[in-house]
Design a protein around this ligand. Structure first.
Ligand SMILES: [Zn+2]
Length: 274
């Protein structure tokens, strides 16, 4: 049971205001466990830190969401009346006070590496962290940012990013990474008085090219793809009813989800940036 879903801690000295979200998708437990640790241990020296359990009913039900994907509702133009719509407006009120947001997620694929989503304004922060892959829209037009938590943050001129701490069914393997990354984020913004070492790993940037939505129930990938698997250029990688989905040169797949309902997000396509 989550007693307090928005925990605000203010340091003695002035500084940046930042937020760490977990449970934006309620079944992604690694962030929730990381936040529980931070709630116990974190000492804020400067500025203000919000720790936010983003979707408490979904966290308690261990579901991605109750009615709507919370991570697509971060826009002041959204006017729905479900719990998630109302919660998104409440959380936008928190983000409006913040300079930066770290949103902790995990993914459904049964295996794979940790990775992160951010725009170029977040690269310097990610350099402090241990994510071998950075997925970025690299889009110069901020009005086109998405209605995700990080999209909202970037659109209003802050720095928003999302870390994907491994696969959802192995949360204990990635808990240390989620906690360490949270401290590295707070270190960058000067909220804490600690230096958290990183592994200085090589980071590959992948441009987020496009999203595919499932049109037909008979949608089929030509094989079981893993995240970031390179797609055969010019050949179909999936069939959506009569339509073949074709990849270009140097493209890879992200979040293949063949079992989403029709209309759902069935995969993202990225391209490797040298
Ligand atoms: Zn998620």
């Amino acid at each position: 049971m989550i007693k307090d879903s928005i925990i605000k801690t203010v340091g003695k000295l002035p500084g940046k205001t930042v937020a760490i979200f977990a449970g934006t998708h309620g079944n992604e437990k690694v962030g929730i466990f990381a936040l529980e640790k931070l709630e116990k241990d974190l000492i804020v020296k400067k500025g203000t830190v919000y720790l936010v359990y983003a979707n408490p009913p979904a966290i308690e039900a261990n579901k991605r969401f109750i009615t709507k994907n919370l991570n697509r509702l971060f826009s002041r133009h959204e006017k729905g009346d479900t719990y998630e719509d109302i919660r998104a407006h409440e959380l936008m009120g928190i983000l409006d006070q913040c300079d930066a947001l770290l949103d902790i997620h995990s993914y459904n694929s049964p295996s794979g590496d940790q990775f992160s989503f951010c725009e170029p304004n977040g690269y310097d922060i990610l350099k402090l962290m241990d994510f071998p892959i950075i997925v970025s829209r690299l889009d110069p037009d901020p009005t086109m940012y998405s209605t995700t938590t990080m999209g909202y943050m970037n659109k209003k001129g802050g720095i928003g990013f999302c870390i994907e701490c491994g696969t959802s069914n192995r949360e204990n393997d990635f808990l240390e990474l989620a906690v360490k990354s949270s401290y590295q984020f707070l270190q960058y913004f000067g909220n804490i008085d600690m230096v958290i070492p990183n592994d200085n790993i090589k980071q590959q940037v992948i441009k987020n090219e496009r999203m595919y939505y499932k049109k037909n129930l008979e949608f089929k990938f030509v094989k079981d793809f893993k995240d970031f698997e390179v797609l055969p250029a010019g050949k179909p990688f999936a069939f959506d009813g009569e339509e073949s989905l074709i990849a270009g040169e140097n493209e890879c797949i992200i979040f293949p989800r063949p079992n989403v309902p029709a209309g759902g997000e069935v995969c993202l396509i990225g391209s490797f940036i040298k």
